[in-house]
Design a protein around this ligand. Structure first.
Ligand code: NDP
Ligand code: OXD
Length: 309
């Protein structure tokens, strides 16, 4: 069984080492040293260049390095008869929860204001706001969102969620489907985007949807950059409709040096590392899926090509 590895953003040699340690029998090839394309059975990829996967005509499994597969589905020539699996990992979900809690609490406790006051040597008491007075809305209640939501409930926030299907999570008000998006947005003081990027969710954070948020709301986007229409977000920030935004993902990554987000006083930029796939955590589930393929067992964490996630 031969595994091809391709990623412009992962330390591919470390991944190959971690996988080989668990599966010494596996013939691992790192692109562009793929050898004979006919040999390749499995491809472990991240943002493959369009047409790359099509070259390996004997592929039996495509595996994503991460949770999101938009970078793989962007290839118009992806061989859709080949099953596509993604990562669902405890390490990723814990990291994402840390990221969301950090930035929710930072806004909730007005840390940016306090730090500015310190820089100005200003002793100014800020009236506290009870967590129960704020609604945190989570867009996307999958592996990540459903892990974060109960943690926010435990901190005392009102929590709402929006997903395609109705959810039953204790303490969380579930909204679902396009028809309930507006009602969901109208109550969110802090909006957290943990959606996958699909044709339905591209540009979902735009002038219209931002205008539905209560004035003074805060945005945290750790889904994908293309969920946001950048100019619409800048307008919402500059017109003082939004209090601020924390952005981990961008329409163009790395964020270009001249992009206004870098220097915007209300924007916090992090370099797409809210939650990262780590070889030691994730290699076992990739090897498990390869063994399943070899043994004719069902592949786990399959992506539905029609839904796009
Ligand atoms: P899942 O596939 O487990 O969950 C996706 C959720 O989004 C589901 O609840 C789904 O609803 C909902 N959803 C999808 N499409 C729609 C729609 N059109 N309308 C309403 N709800 C929708 O994904 P994960 O939680 O594992 O990951 C989510 C995303 O987070 C990834 O795709 C990736 O883009 C991003 N990510 C970012 C990272 C970072 O470091 N910044 C790290 C890891 C992931 P339903 O449950 O009803 O199907
Ligand atoms: C992922 C990511 O999708 O890191 O796993 O963005």
């Amino acid at each position: 069984m031969a595994l091809l590895i391709y990623s412009p953003s992962h330390a591919v040699a470390d991944w190959a080492k971690a996988i080989q340690a668990l599966a010494p029998d596996l013939d691992i090839r790192i692109d562009p040293e793929a050898g004979n394309p006919a040999d390749i059975d499995v491809a472990l990829v991240w943002k493959p260049p369009p047409g790359l996967l099509q070259r390996f005509f004997n592929l039996k499994l495509i595996h994503s390095f991460g949770a999101g597969v938009d970078g793989i589905l962007a290839d118009p020539n992806i061989p859709k008869h080949v099953p596509l699996a993604r990562v669902v990992d405890g390490g990723l979900t814990v990291s994402m929860a840390e990221y969301v809690l950090l930035h929710v609490l930072r806004f909730h406790r007005q840390l940016d204001v306090l730090q500015q006051n310190q820089r100005d040597r200003t002793w100014r008491w800020l009236p506290p706001v009870d967590a129960s007075e704020r609604v945190v809305g989570i867009m996307g209640m999958g592996a990540l969102g459903s892990h974060v939501a109960p943690k926010l409930v435990n901190l005392g926030f009102q929590v709402a969620s929006w997903s395609r299907s109705l959810k039953a999570v204790e303490g969380v008000t579930s909204f679902h489907g396009d028809e309930h998006l507006d009602g969901f947005l109208r109550i969110c003081n802090i909006l957290v985007c943990l959606l996958p990027l699909t044709p339905q969710t591209r540009g979902i954070i735009n002038r219209r949807t931002l205008s539905l948020l209560p004035r003074g709301a805060y945005l945290i986007n750790a889904g994908r950059g293309a969920h946001v229409v950048d100019d619409d977000l800048l307008h919402a920030l500059d017109s003082d409709w939004l209090a601020g935004a924390t952005l981990d993902v961008f329409n163009e990554e790395p964020l270009p040096p001249d992009h206004p987000f870098w220097t915007h006083p209300k924007v916090t930029v992090t370099p797409h590392n809210a939650a990262d796939s780590i070889p030691a955590h994730v290699a076992p589930q990739i090897v498990d899926n390869i063994r399943r393929l070899q043994n004719g067992q069902p592949i786990l964490r399959l992506v539905d090509y029609a839904r796009g996630y």
